[in-house]
Design a protein around this ligand. Structure first.
Ligand code: FES
Length: 121
């Protein structure tokens, strides 16, 4: 007898609908550029990597430095205070002293608008 390879437990956790909010116009953030937006109390960093927009938290996870004042090289933003680098795709730190990842947000482009999904504003 052959058993199909099935998971022991199915995840029936209901997914909360994402709440996309317009934060910027796509034409205002050229390739290689950073921008920032506020959604409620959240400070969001927007990064244009070769025409693709990514959104993360704006503040470095090491201390409270604004990554908006850092530099974007390819898909990594560097912190202006101590030099940590983070992937804007995944939020993962690529260089210490920061060890905690940035939170990332889903991005949608509708026409000329950049929308970011937030779930708890
Ligand atoms: S505040 Fe960003 S690396 Fe220290």
């Amino acid at each position: 007898m052959q058993f199909l390879n099935k998971p022991d437990l199915y995840d029936w956790t209901p997914k909360m609908p994402e709440n996309f909010i317009k934060v910027a116009c796509a034409e205002d953030i050229g390739p290689g550029k950073l921008a920032r937006a506020r959604i409620g109390d959240k400070r969001i960093l927007l990064a244009n990597v070769d025409g693709e927009i990514f959104a993360t938290d704006e503040l470095c996870t090491h201390e409270d430095a604004s990554l908006y004042n850092g530099a974007l090289h390819h898909d990594c933003v560097s912190c202006p205070l101590h030099g940590s680098r983070f992937s804007v795709r995944t939020g993962e730190p690529r260089e210490e002293p920061a060890t905690e990842p940035l939170r990332t947000y889903s991005v949608r482009i509708e026409g000329k608008d950049i929308l970011v999904a937030v779930d708890d504003t």
